[in-house]
Design a protein around this ligand. Structure first.
Ligand SMILES: Cc1ncc(COP(=O)(O)O)c(C=O)c1O
Length: 349
């Protein structure tokens, strides 16, 4: 009998979206599915961009929409980074940053994210030094960062932005909202830093990865990107309506975030007490765990046999680590128990 796998490997939100999102699909009609939006006649992109602008306190034309954060990141790099120009990216980061830089033959300058006692940390001094040395066209910062889970503090970000004024600074906040509720800083940063792009998504916190919708708040100096990304026939109308329903369901999502916080602590406590394991503090919906390198293959095989699919990192700097996406409480219990049992009975035997 084959087991239905449980996926802890791609930072999806297994709780699923708010009930109101399914309601939108049940109500979908010809207008929504067969007809182009006419919102542009009102001088806006859509009801979604209007709503996001209102919620975040910025002007509607500062809101950029796209097919997930992925699409917006790709568009930004393709718009600004020319062949042979430099882009700063974190040493431990989502592989996609390197991939889009390579697509345009950009030169990658990696800045370190360093391992602290409890969590990984940005080294802002080093970032500033590298910035002065290389004068990159684009700087990519991810907060919380994937796969390390750490965030950059607001004072540190402001310091970086003050110095990096000659570059396009992209702040990828795909994992925002799990540990922080505050959005008020966006308006302030938007007022002060015309070279800043803040990228967010409905995929993670709102559990809507399948409907492919992301957005960004675009600094006033990024006119070229506004033109590059303009879509004259509108966006995905059904996805936009679903996203609006998600924004109208804050209690549903806060409850999930609370459960995830409890389970991150549970993983930290339980896996952290296995000899040789270290669980790093995370502000996202995943935790990075360092494991003894010699047990990596056996643990991976034993988990896969049980249908528990975890991401075992395979990178130069992170080859004895696994990244666990936080699932539902029931799924997390199963995984933590399985790892504990495997370590006691099989791998360590
Ligand atoms: C750091 C980071 N940014 C952006 C994304 C993009 O997600 P999406 O395209 O679904 O919005 C991901 C997806 O895993 C990610 O890990």
């Amino acid at each position: 009998m084959s087991i239905k796998p449980l996926y802890f490997d791609r930072n999806e939100n297994q709780y699923g979206p708010a009930p109101a999102c399914f309601e939108v699909m049940r109500r979908a009609d010809i207008e929504l599915m067969s007809i182009y939006s006419r919102d542009f006649q009102r001088g806006v992109k859509s009801r979604l961009s209007e709503r996001l602008a209102e919620d975040l306190g910025v002007e509607e034309n500062a809101v950029l929409l796209g097919y997930g954060g992925e699409d917006i990141l790709k568009q930004t790099v393709h718009c600004y980074l020319g062949k042979g120009e430099k882009i700063m990216i974190p040493s431990h980061s989502w592989w996609y940053y390197k991939s889009i830089s390579d697509e345009v033959d950009g030169i990658k300058v990696e800045y370190p994210i360093v391992e602290g006692d409890e969590e990984y940390e940005y080294d802002t001094e080093r970032m500033l030094a590298l910035y002065r040395e290389h004068r990159p066209r684009v700087v990519l910062i991810s907060s919380p960062n994937n796969p390390t889970g750490n965030s950059l503090s607001l004072p540190d970000l402001q310091r970086l932005l003050e110095t990096m004024k000659e570059s396009v600074v992209v702040l990828d906040e795909a994992y925002w909202s799990f540990a922080q509720e505050d959005n008020t800083y966006i308006r302030d940063l938007h007022e002060r830093f015309p070279h800043l792009l803040i990228v967010r998504t409905f995929s993670k916190y709102y559990a809507l990865a399948g409907i492919r919708i992301g957005f960004a708040v675009m600094g006033r100096g990024l006119v070229q990107l506004a033109q590059f990304s303009a879509r004259y026939l509108g966006y995905h109308r059904l996805s936009e309506e679903i996203a609006l329903a998600a924004l109208d369901s804050p209690d549903y999502y806060r409850d999930i975030a609370k459960k995830m916080e409890q389970d991150k602590e549970m993983f930290s406590r339980e896996l952290g007490s296995i000899p040789g394991f270290k669980v790093f503090r995370s502000q996202a919906n995943f935790v990075l765990v360092r494991i003894p390198e010699e047990i990596r293959a056996d643990l991976k095989a034993a988990l896969t046999d049980r249908g528990l699919i975890v991401k075992f990192m395979n990178e130069e700097l992170l080859h004895s680590h696994m990244r666990i996406t936080i699932g539902t409480q029931e799924q997390n219990r199963l995984l933590a128990d399985a790892i504990t049992t495997i370590m006691k009975d099989e791998v360590a035997a």
